[in-house]
Write a protein that binds this ligand. Structure first.
Ligand code: F6P
Ligand code: MG
Length: 471
């Protein structure tokens, strides 16, 4: 097995790692919610064959949960026709096979979601079913205050950019920073963390006030370098300047990704945006192409989306507040601009199965050569979120002062790829810190103290914006 960075990776058997908590507490909750979702859909299904298949999926999910909680061995993934099955199974064989509670965290967590996807792909009626869609839509709807606030801000900014008025350099840089920070903190809202955060916590993380206060929580901030790079490419007059976003979560995070994308296009800092979604339901909240379509349709019809009571609201006898006309107009502005960008090919989606492989991105040059070559054509590749950061850095127990460029291995300098990672910290791995920062944060209340655990890095309150140049 390729120990990608040649050093130990985090393991579910390590008591001090977030992997330990994740495997024992978070995965069972995630599977229970998945069972609840499928159960509802089976209950609503009318075709007897679909009901039969649905019941079989429910059994498979229940036994998967049992296997995890009883620390059983991981079994080979059933062949569902995709080429990555052999990659997963070959690695599994080399690993032992291991048991759930003492296995590489990165491998086992990817394996978990990949295995769940086979329960669906092997059926006739549930092939494209997304068992996390309900949760994604529900959380996006509950981000309403931040969505509306940002729509107003974005419209104002885009209108200013469209007016053709000269914008001084300093103001341009500030706008870029603001958009990157909006996009960064959108990552604090992933659904797999909802097992520990309430909706209220999440709403607090999303507003402008919270963003301002959180600036001090960005431990590494290479935003200025990324801005200079895009500005230079623009000044050189290169006709096509592409920015890629390796997406993370749907809903609010995808919404802020599109805010950043729209800003880059409106300001001329990029001419094309390539978005990289996942191909199978992944880590609960990750973007599938269908989530992109769903987001645009919610913006196209915001009144029914926000004003029609959800099942839960109906049960509780609650009626959502009507959407103000000004808010609906701002959302309509966003929809029109973004759907035009999409229709004209300036914003495109490019899924690739590599994003749902088990290994780190250290394997990209060998496992996904075409993707690796394609990313070299981009001016800047923005990797969103925690899992992408774990994969960039091979989920390795690096000394936290290790340079980001070193931790990227083959994707670091010399790769031909300009990498920018926007990540709120929700796992143990962290690099690029100044000496003493990790120690200081561990000493803060709840930061882990001398337990050996880097707890401060688990809850999405701290973040890094790290850059690595292509040369
Ligand atoms: O469950 C593990 C994990 O990768 C955490 O590190 C993180 O909380 C979550 O899943 C995914 O986060 P993100 O959506 O930011 O990649
Ligand atoms: Mg995610």
């Amino acid at each position: 097995m390729a120990l990608d960075a040649g050093k130990p990776t985090y393991s579910t058997g390590d008591k001090t790692s977030f992997a330990w908590v994740t495997a024992r507490e978070r995965w069972p909750v995630i599977i229970t919610s998945a069972i609840d979702d499928v159960y509802r859909s089976v209950h609503a299904a009318t075709d007897p064959e679909a009901v039969q298949e649905g019941k079989k999926i429910l059994e498979s999910l229940a036994s998967l949960k049992y296997e995890i909680q009883h620390d059983r061995q991981l079994t080979p993934i059933e062949d569902d026709g995709y080429l990555d099955v052999s990659l997963y199974n070959d690695e599994l064989a080399k690993l032992g096979p291991p048991t759930w509670l003492n296995v590489s965290w990165l491998y086992s967590e990817c394996y978990l979601f990949r295995r769940i996807s086979t329960y669906f792909t092997k059926t006739t009626h549930w092939k494209t079913y997304d068992l996390f869609a309900r949760q994604k839509i529900k959380t996006f709807r509950s981000s309403r205050p931040a969505v509306l606030e940002l729509a107003a801000r974005y419209r104002e900014l885009a209108t200013q950019l469209q007016s053709g008025d000269h914008i001084p350099d300093e103001a341009e840089k500030l706008m870029f920073t603001e958009m990157c920070e909006v996009c960064l903190w959108g990552n604090a809202t992933d659904l797999s963390l909802l097992t520990t955060l309430t909706y209220e916590d999440i709403q607090k993380l999303q507003g402008a006030k919270a963003r301002k206060e959180s600036e001090k929580n960005i431990l590494v901030n290479d935003t200025a370098t990324a801005f200079e790079l895009l500005k230079k490419a623009k000044a050189e007059g290169k006709a096509e300047r592409r920015v890629d976003i390796v997406l993370d979560n749907a809903g609010f995070e995808l919404y802020v990704d599109l805010i950043l994308a729209g800003y880059l296009l409106s300001s001329g800092l990029a001419t094309h945006i390539v978005l990289h979604p996942k191909s199978i339901p992944w880590f609960v909240s990750d973007v599938l192409p269908s989530d992109f379509a769903h987001l645009l349709s919610s913006l196209a019809n915001p009144k029914p989306f926000y004003e029609t009571p959800s099942d839960d609201e109906n049960l509780q006898g609650k009626t959502p507040a009507p959407l103000a006309d000004a808010d609906a107009e701002n959302l309509a502005f966003l929809f029109q601009q973004w759907s035009r960008f999409h229709a004209e090919g300036q914003v495109i989606l490019r899924p690739n199965r590599f994003w749902t492989h088990a290994g780190s991105f250290w394997r990209m040059p060998s496992e996904a050569k075409d993707l690796f070559e394609d990313l070299k054509l981009s001016e800047l590749v923005i990797f969103k979120g925690d899992l992408n950061y774990r994969k960039l850095t091979a989920d390795t127990d690096w000394d936290p002062t290790t340079p980001f460029t070193t931790a990227l291995g083959p994707l670091g300098p010399g790769s031909g790829i300009n990498v920018l990672s926007l990540r709120t910290c929700k796992a143990d791995v962290v690099v690029g810190l100044e000496p003493g920062v990790d120690e200081k944060l561990r000493a803060v209340e709840g930061g882990g103290g001398d337990s050996g655990a880097r707890k401060w890095a688990w809850n999405g309150k701290w973040a890094v914006i790290s850059f690595s140049p292509r040369e």
